[in-house]
Design a protein around this ligand. Structure first.
Ligand SMILES: *[C@@H]1O[C@H](CO)[C@@H](O)[C@H](O)[C@H]1NC(C)=O
Ligand SMILES: *[C@@H]1O[C@H](CO)[C@@H](O)[C@H](O)[C@H]1NC(C)=O
Length: 447
């Protein structure tokens, strides 16, 4: 009896210890293996993960794919992931020995799998295809020491907003373009097929010891259409909502806007913000602690031209995607360290190209807790074009402050935590201020 009482006392102390809730919050760190083949300072090797791992509860290895004809789950880069020279799957899962609490998940899809993308739909329509996928995915994960699978399913996307044709019809255009044409004429079949897939994958994972099942809702996938929350929520351990990339140059090159607002900025679509995406899952009955909010570590860029409003305040007229960064080499995207290198900074040499002026989130002016009226739209930075109309740039991005705000948001709604998407676009070398992984750290600190 005494022993039991003592135990109860110990447990009670442990339960009330302030560090405990923080320890339970999830920090999912996405590792995009493509970063292995980037050049110079953007090339990320497994050992570059070391400074991050103590902040992560999960490492999500992106991305495996699907073989179109067999529907089997496969590595998209066997030379890197599996072959003996690199054996990157193993190199990464072996890190668990230093961090015994770390779960390493193999993520499938994630928009990295570009060959015959239609297979993500047709697989859901066929029980045989699902079986082939489930068996091969579990085997692939198990053989390389993963602790589970993350399904980052490449569903059809919400149609992008129509490019505005003239200034006058701008707001009118927005109202008309959403929800008119369905992007998928077999919506309900795909929803049911996905529910079956989750059920079958869970059953197969259950036959193995301690295998987790996570799902990732990719940007601009309409959860209402594809995720039957009551049917799947008890089968999954984590729902990662990648609530960003709502506004990008690929979706609308003519209009720059906050790419991942936490709440709805005035006169925007009601549904294209973090809070709305999260609320769909909560109101459909998902336990809040299974939901994780994604924080992008890269910015979305547009070129401004002489027609762009000089205030820089979004939404504003833009010309096209901003030019690719020196390391990430993708139009319309800059990693956090690529952005911070462009910001006005007293240490920068005179005579360099004009720098970007940073405009911090308006909510920072009000030093208050989170309310529904808070802004929390994000940070942006810009420079206007020169006299010849060249060189204008506008970028919407997360900095450590806004990443911290998103973690605070997650905490205020008692969510499971946050995910960092991805580690390779955070400042993993500490080039901005000397701190490595500033976005990851800021988010972790506020959970
Ligand atoms: C993680 O694995 C990589 C590759 O094997 C290794 O270089 C690194 O030191 C490991 N880190 C830890 C903390 O075990
Ligand atoms: C998502 O789908 C629902 C149901 O069809 C629809 O009402 C909603 O407008 C869609 N959301 C967006 C952002 O298109």
């Amino acid at each position: 009896m005494k022993i039991i009482l003592a135990l109860v006392a110990v447990l009670a102390v442990a339960a009330s210890s302030p560090s405990l809730p923080a320890a339970q919050s999830k920090v999912l760190c996405y590792y995009d293996s493509k970063s292995y083949v980037r050049e110079s300072q953007a090339r990320m090797l497994p050992l570059d993960l070391d400074p991050a791992l103590s902040f992560c509860t999960h490492l999500v290895y992106g991305y495996a794919g699907i073989q179109p004809d067999t529907y089997k789950a496969i590595s998209l880069n066997e030379n890197l992931d599996i072959d003996r020279n690199h054996a990157n799957y193993r190199a990464i899962t072996n890190n668990k020995s230093k961090y015994p609490g770390l779960k390493v998940l193999l993520s499938i899809g994630g928009d990295a799998d570009k060959e015959e993308e239609q297979k993500y739909n047709s697989l859901l329509e066929s029980p045989q295809a699902r079986t082939a996928f489930v068996n091969s995915a579990v085997l692939l994960a198990e053989q390389h020491g993963f602790d589970g699978i993350d399904l980052a399913w490449q569903f059809p996307r919400i149609k992008p907003k129509k490019i505005r044709s003239s200034f006058g019809s701008f707001w009118h255009g927005i109202k008309k373009t959403f929800g008119t044409t369905p992007v998928d004429d077999k919506e309900s079949e795909h929803r049911e097929g996905y529910t079956a897939l989750v059920r079958e994958l869970k059953a197969a994972l259950n036959l193995k010891p301690n295998m987790q099942l996570a799902i990732t809702v990719l940007p601009n996938v309409n959860s209402t259409i594809y995720f039957d929350v009551p049917a799947i929520i008890n089968l999954v351990d984590i729902v990662n909502i990648h609530a960003f990339d709502y506004y990008t140059a690929a979706r609308n090159p003519k209009e720059a806007d906050y790419s991942a607002p936490t709440y709805k900025p005035q006169n925007r679509n009601d549904l294209l913000n973090v809070d709305s995406a999260v609320n769909y899952w909560l109101t459909s009955g998902a336990p809040s602690n299974k939901i994780v909010v994604g924080i992008a570590t890269y910015g979305r860029t547009w070129k401004l031209d002489s027609d762009s409003e000089i205030s820089g305040v979004p939404p504003l007229h833009a010309n096209e995607a901003g030019e690719a960064g020196p390391y990430t080499k993708t139009e319309g995207i800059l990693s956090y360290p690529e952005i911070c290198a462009k910001l006005i900074n007293p240490n920068h040499q005179k005579g360099m190209r004009p720098h970007l002026r940073k405009v911090t989130d308006p909510s920072k002016r009000f030093d208050v807790g989170l309310t529904k009226d808070g802004d929390f739209f994000g940070t942006y930075a810009f420079r206007l074009p020169d006299d010849s109309g060249e060189g204008g740039l506008w970028v919407s991005y997360e900095d450590p402050d806004t990443a911290g705000q998103k973690a605070t948001y997650a905490k205020s709604k008692a969510l499971g935590g946050v995910s960092i998407v991805d580690l390779s676009m955070d400042d993993f070398r500490g080039l901005c201020t000397g701190d490595k992984y500033p976005i990851l750290r800021a988010a972790k600190y506020r959970l």
